[in-house]
Design a protein around this ligand. Structure first.
Ligand SMILES: *Cc1c(COP(=O)(O)O)cnc(C)c1O
Length: 832
């Protein structure tokens, strides 16, 4: 945007000149901090709470972040750069404060400035409540990508939903998961800025009217029956030594004219009630793994944020004096999974009905604007919306989807597709209740489709979207996920970061490949010792938190064996439990004490409606109660369930882990990113050939990875030939002993029904092949213990893991997106 105010503009154009005091020296920070406390909060130190101090510090830092953002905007404008809009229904940013201090490189200055005011930085960092606006891996990925977009200087903006209540808070009561609402906005949110003027109307319901004009041209008008307003809340996300970008989240509000009729009739309370109901759209994040297919509010959320975001993108395009016919030249829009895929129909609607482009033109723009990332092969997670629901809520969009479909079907009829293939590819699934296949809409409406690991992208093209891959092979590609090593190594594991920098310098912060330089020190005795000292320090830190959170004491010298991630049968937390029980029985029944002391740490939320997952949590805590309270066992084994796994907790857990459990059934985990965060912090992995495990193993070397289990192909074959878990159960004496223990009074406290659902499921169906993989897992764990008892070897493997994790930086992922998909280039930031 061109500013018309030359005076103000001149303040920005001189490099190195800012407005006001946004300096980074200790004195500057101290002054700003006290100004915020006095003049933004109206507080004096004697009455100020820790939250007041935290807010003052956050506002102080936000000013500095906004300064970077303003500079970034200038640069985008100057270079007239092509940009990315990232659409995601979920973000899991984690606490902002620490990351911003890291990226501004002022952590120590701030620590000292606060100390001079008798304040403790760590305590203030701990005050921050993280925005839990995502379920797990997918939301965290979006946030890692924002970090890298900002660091690499990619012109970009991220759009999402400002849920008032994020992912539920998990407590463990009597061994069971209990959910409560996440009131993350309760103490205020100093990182966001409301933009009341950036707001858009979103319509729902009603009907359409078709009319032909004198030239027989068809005009379609949508007469919705309700409307709602979306208001932008902006949070700046700062990159490392670089630009800042905006996370723009939409909040739903009733419009002024929210039910005039009722109001005029004097029915004030009915009007207010309607207003409140309409504002429900952004109230709460849906936990995943539930069947959302019929959930009207979920579809409303998706359409609401997509509609606001696309109107905003169009606003930006027009503001720069550009035509919508060239939207795809200026913007590319990335769809993070199918959650925003209604965008394909919505952009068509905006271009056709609001901006009067012809269909061909609008379609050309649309299918050259979107790119779609698929995140799952699980059939139950591939979104489908009932036609009846769409007809009620978005009648115009349903018409557009039908039209896209009919043109698409005509197109593919000209190729050699069988009738069966054509009905498989159709956007409409009319076997049973008619539904719209959102993944197909996203695929047809995008110029590129990617999976999130080499294995997953391959399976996508061979299975879920195979017909589309046959039709448009060049449309399909892979971008393996990555994680930001700045948050997950530099920030959360400062001691390891310092040790690495001492050896190879600090270049790894922007070029993770540089970690390769650590390889040459892997055989150095002294370096190994320091490496393991850092790990031990982190383990003590983790042990202290475990004590605080659960009351359970673990000896930090133990092997800390961790599985933290959402609880899901395909992730096989219960396979880990079977292994733990096998060790327990060896100690109890066989008096075998040759097992190295191990603490098993679990964490993760179960979707509130997912019966089996909640039962698995109860199983873990029951096994924990049994083992932790048995003096014959608890010197050797401990079992911990960490409640409320979050980014904050993740940053504590990954650095303190010795062993990373990545044990999903092959072919089910699209990529995983937890696997990367563990390995980056020097944990060794025991895992299957699933998701990105495959690529991690390739990078770190097969001799530095504990592999077990069937491959994806072998899983398919096993299922095809007929899988009989009961046969495995009856033929493996030790496994039988473990499984039968699930039904024992010792574990169930005399309630035979407690774990029967798990037991019956494993013996009869075992859809995720736990019994099939059991022996290979237990055997590989013996190998883990052998290596653990050789500390030099373990240290060497740990160093070599970290040294070879360069590829799994989200910087690399974003560079891949830029090159393979977006064709977007970084802006050059002037250094100050
Ligand atoms: C990384 C991360 C995940 C994803 O873990 P996976 O092991 O890849 O499933 C989930 N939640 C949080 C808080 C994370 O940081």
């Amino acid at each position: 945007m061109k500013s018309s105010n030359k005076k103000i503009e001149s303040y920005f154009t001189k490099p190195g000149v800012g407005i006001g005091n946004v300096g980074l020296s200790k004195e500057d920070i101290k002054t700003s901090f006290l100004e915020k406390l006095f003049y933004s909060l109206g507080r004096i130190p004697v009455v100020a709470t820790q939250n007041d101090f935290y807010i003052s510090l956050a506002l102080t830092i936000r000013d500095r972040v906004f300064r970077k953002y303003v500079k970034s905007l200038e640069q985008y404008a100057e270079e007239d750069a092509r940009g990315v809009a990232y659409l995601s229904a979920e973000y899991l940013p984690g606490p902002h404060l620490g990351n911003n201090l890291l990226n501004l490189e002022i952590m120590e200055e701030i620590r000292e400035a606060l100390a001079e005011l008798s304040l403790d930085l760590d305590e203030l960092l701990n005050e921050e409540v993280e925005p839990g606006l995502g379920n797990g891996g997918l939301g965290r990925l979006a946030s890692c990508y924002m970090d890298s977009l900002a660091t690499l200087g990619i012109p970009s903006i991220a759009y999402g939903i400002r849920y008032e209540f994020g992912i539920f808070k998990q407590e463990i009561q009597n061994g069971w998961q209990v959910e409560s609402t996440d009131k993350w906005l309760h103490n205020g949110n100093p990182w966001e800025v409301i933009r009341p003027e950036i707001s858009f109307i979103v319509n729902f319901g009603g009907h359409t009217k078709h009319r032909r004009d004198d030239d027989n041209k068809l005009h379609i008008e949508w007469f919705p029956d309700s409307e709602i307003k979306g208001i932008a809340y902006d949070t700046p996300i700062l990159g490392y030594q670089s630009t800042a970008i905006i996370l723009r989240l939409w909040k739903a509000e009733a419009t002024e004219s929210f039910d005039f009729a009722a109001y005029n009739l004097g029915d004030y309370y009915r009007a207010v009630e309607k207003k409140m109901r309409s504002e429900n759209i952004t109230k709460v994040l849906y936990p995943n793994d539930e069947n959302l297919s019929g959930k009207e509010l979920r579809l409303k959320q998706q359409y609401f944020f997509v509609c606001c975001s696309l109107q905003d993108i169009i606003r930006l395009q027009l503001l720069q004096g550009r035509k919508l016919e060239t939207l795809h030249e200026k913007f590319t829009i990335q769809l993070n999974d199918t959650h925003p895929s209604i965008a394909v129909a919505e952009l068509m609607r905006l271009l056709l009905d609001e901006h009067h482009l012809e269909w061909e033109e609008a379609w050309k723009v649309t299918k050259n604007t979107f790119a779609y990332t698929n995140h799952t092969l699980l059939p139950e997670a591939l979104e489908k919306w009932p036609v009846s629901l769409l007809r009620n809520l978005l009648p115009r969009h349903l018409e557009i989807i039908y039209e896209i479909n009919s043109r698409f079907i005509s197109e593919i009829r000209e190729h050699d597709f069988t009738g069966e293939q054509i009905s498989r590819m159709s956007l409409v699934d009319d076997r049973g209740e008619p539904t719209i296949r959102m993944a197909h809409l996203a695929t047809v409406g995008s110029y590129k489709v990617n999976g999130v690991s080499a294995l997953h992208s391959g399976l996508l093209q061979e299975q879920v979207l195979q017909d589309f891959a046959q039709l448009w092979p060049e449309k399909f590609t892979n971008v393996t996920n990555g994680v930001t090593h700045r948050r997950f190594l530099a920030l959360s594991n400062p001691r390891l970061a310092a040790l690495i920098s001492e050896k190879i310098g600090k270049d790894w912060l922007t070029h993770l490949d540089k970690l390769k330089g650590l390889e040459s020190f892997a055989d150095e005795e002294d370096f190994r010792r320091k490496w393991m000292e850092v790990k031990l320090h982190n383990k003590k830190n983790l042990a202290n938190h475990i004590k605080e959170l659960t009351g359970i004491t673990i000896n930090p010298e133990m092997l800390i064996d961790v599985q933290v991630k959402r609880i899901h049968e395909y992730k096989r937390q219960h396979l880990k439990v079977l292994h733990i029980l096998s060790l327990y029985l060896r100690i109890k029944k066989d008096k075998d004490t040759n097992i190295p002391p191990t603490a098993f740490v679990f964490g993760g939320k179960a979707a509130p409606g997912y019966f089996m997952a909640k039962r698995i949590i109860k199983l873990i805590t029951a096994v924990g109660d049994l083992i932790n309270n048995d003096p014959e066992v608890n010197e050797i084994l401990k079992v911990v369930f960490l409640p409320n796994f979050s980014v904050k907790l993740a940053q504590l857990v990954y650095p303190g882990a010795d062993l990373s459990e990545q044990i999903s059934m092959a072919g089910k985990e699209a990529s995983g990113t937890g696997n990367m965060k563990f390995a980056l912090n020097g944990a060794l992995t025991v895992g299957t050939l699933d998701g990105a495990n495959v690529e991690i193993r390739e990078e770190v070397g097969e001799e530095n990875f504990f592999l077990f289990g069937l491959t994806t192909k072998e899983v398919e074959n096993k299922k095809a030939e007929g899988y009989h878990p009961y046969k495995i159960y009856s033929e493996n004496e030790k496994l039988k002993r473990v499984l039968d223990f699930l039904m024992s009074d010792e574990l169930t406290n005399g309630d035979p029904e407690l774990f029967r659902p798990v037991y019956d499921n494993l013996l009869n169906q075992d859809p995720y092949l736990l019994l099939e993989d059991y022996q290979s897992y237990v055997d590989q764990m013996e190998n883990v213990y052998k290596v653990w008892q050789d500390p030099g070897k373990w240290a060497r493997m740990s160093i070599l893991n970290v040294a070879n994790m360069g590829r799994f930086s989200s910087d690399r992922s974003i560079r891949d997106y830029c090159e393979k998909i977006w064709k977007v280039e970084a802006v050059k930031m002037q250094s100050e």
